[in-house]
Design a protein around this ligand. Structure first.
Ligand code: 16G
Ligand code: ZN
Length: 533
């Protein structure tokens, strides 16, 4: 069958719901799983185009809705797409019927100078949602119709799929990233972890809430590769790892539940000062928390992980003798607590860059540093080492045993940290390594600086599209005059800061405010919400 006929025939099996308009956003496409067949089919077409455009480079496609409820699902390409390709995704998804779709596909092929005979390769995976296998059939149909070579990696975390894709695409080059298998992923992390742990010692267990998602079985698998507790390994207690009952996913647990509600999952049995962590539904986000001695809940979010990592890596670079040659920088969004930014700039004396929300923006900015630490406050982030930094790191000849030891740890971290995207499992091991080296519990970590009280509110508005931001979402350019009103308010609060931005994932505007006291932060947030309403 001619490929356009095959594409049309496949599309006819997964018709687009007539009353829907889809948009590829920061989270890819995400909605009720029952609406997603046609979208997944069309993302399959997009992946084929993308791979052909990149001369047969392997493209990852992930089917997941991360922290959303169990009935939702989503799909996105594994790489961080440039805006023009997000538009192509949207155009394909909205083609009315199979004929319009073929027309759009062929138009894109022409306009993007894609050779239809070029090779195309895709690897794909899904999280544990019940709707995953059915959506995979739509994806496979599209990959077959476009003559794309594909590999079904079944159930994986999002970062594992990113890992595999990078491994496949770098195989046989000087940038070879690792063995392109799930087992290869665990082995790489375990070897790096063991090396990074030399000279450090754990105290007490860490309890990890896996959101009843894919992180549960994958963390259990990872643990098999780590040294046992009797051999000096970290004790990881896995909880909320039920993937048999799909409705439990992200229900009363998980990173988003903890971060949004500023509370531990009700199932948590942790004693005061015991460290706990929560992953999200596809294990690309992690937050830590603990109960203080008086049982108050303390959150150690993405800002805390970023500051901890920047502190440790900055110190290691200096003690390895590479202080001048490895410039460490931190990337945050406007949601980062003002105290964390001040701590990085004033205490750690490291540069901070602020970008708009969305991992691709942070990741991109982080690659501008030799070592770029980036985290969103919600726990999504990683540390990226530039090619030049890696070269310096691995070529450097240490001048003393102390330099040598720091250098070894730093080299191990560059393997332990997932360079492709934020990875909750890799971030978990990173935090554990740092706390062990420092001999810190969660309280010492928490005491590095004091967060400013803050408040995040969601405001329903008639049309969120009228809100246009500038300056990394910290200022509103439109509607005109609104920013001046916000500035006028903020000036009245001690250490006040506030911004409003249209959500990229929900039909609402988000308002963030912080100030020197809880009452003032709440008050400022409510007043700014009143302005944008
Ligand atoms: C997406 C982003 C996440 C961001 C969130 C903001 C990626 C992979 N995910 O989920 O990083 O924090 O959107 O949502 O970039 P919002 O625009 O609704 O506030
Ligand atoms: Zn996620």
């Amino acid at each position: 069958m001619h490929s356009s006929d095959a594409i049309a025939a496949g599309a006819a099996k997964f018709p687009k719901p007539a009353d829907r308009t889809f948009q590829y956003g920061t989270a890819g496409f995400r909605m009720k799983a029952s609406l997603l067949d046609s979208v997944v089919y069309r993302v399959g077409l997009l992946a084929a185009l993308r791979s052909r455009k990149l001369n047969g480079q392997t493209i990852g496609v992930m089917i997941t809705a991360s922290h959303n409820p169990p009935d939702d699902n989503g799909v996105k390409l594994g790489e961080m797409l440039e805006a023009s390709w997000e538009n192509h995704a949207t155009t394909l998804a909205n083609a009315k019927n199979e004929h319009a779709l073929v027309e759009t596909y062929e138009l894109l092929t022409d306009n993007l100078n894609i050779k239809p005979e070029a090779k195309s390769r895709v690897v794909f995976a899904r999280d544990t949602r019940a709707s995953g296998p059915h959506l995979v059939t739509a994806l496979v149909e599209a990959l077959n119709a476009t003559g794309t070579e594909s590999t079904d990696c079944r159930v994986l975390t999002t970062p594992q799929l990113h890992y595999l894709t990078r491994c496949i695409n770098t195989k046989g080059t000087v940038y070879e990233y690792g063995e392109p298998t799930e087992q290869g992923y665990y082995k790489k992390l375990a070897v790096a972890f063991n090396t990074a742990m030399q000279g450090a010692k754990f105290s007490g267990p860490v309890t990890v809430d896996c959101a009843n998602g894919v992180g549960g079985p994958k963390l259990r698998e990872l643990i098999k590769h780590l040294p046992s507790v009797s051999d000096g390994g970290v004790e990881i207690k896995v909880v909320n790892d039920d993937i048999v009952e799909p409705e439990k996913l992200n229900h009363l647990c998980g990173a988003d539940y903890v971060k949004t509600g500023q509370r531990a999952p009700p199932s948590s049995q942790a004693a005061p000062l015991a460290r706990c962590a929560s992953l999200d539904g596809d294990a690309d986000r992690i937050v830590y928390y603990f109960l203080d001695s008086d049982s108050t809940f303390r959150l150690l979010d993405g800002d805390r992980i970023a500051t901890l990592a920047a502190l440790f890596i900055g110190d290691l670079a200096r003690s390895a003798g590479l202080g001048e040659k490895l410039k460490v920088g931190v990337v945050q969004t406007a949601y980062a607590n003002g105290s964390s930014t001040a701590y990085i700039e004033n205490d750690l004396r490291l540069p901070v860059v602020c970008t708009p929300t969305g991992v691709k923006h942070l990741h991109h900015a982080a690659t501008k540093f030799d070592v770029g630490v980036y985290f969103e406050a919600n726990g999504h982030g990683t540390v990226v080492f530039s090619d030049l930094a890696l070269k310096r790191l691995f070529k450097y000849e240490p001048k003393s045993p102390a330099q040598s030891s720091s250098l070894n740890t730093l080299r191990a971290l560059s393997h332990l940290i997932n360079q492709t995207v934020g990875d909750a499992l890799s971030d978990l091991l990173l935090v554990e390594v740092i706390l062990a080296h420092k001999g810190w519990g969660p309280k010492e970590w928490d005491q590095t600086y004091t967060d400013l009280p803050n408040r995040l509110v969601r405001v329903e508005v008639a049309d969120r599209n009228i809100f246009k931001t500038v300056d990394a979402e910290r200022k509103l350019e439109k509607p005109e005059g609104v920013q001046a009103l916000i500035d006028g308010l903020v000036g009245k609060y001690k250490q006040g800061r506030a911004f409003a931005r249209a959500s990229g994932t929900e039909d609402a505007v988000r308002v963030y405010a912080e100030a020197s006291t809880r009452g003032e932060a709440d008050d400022l947030a409510a007043k700014v919400a009143g302005i944008v309403k």
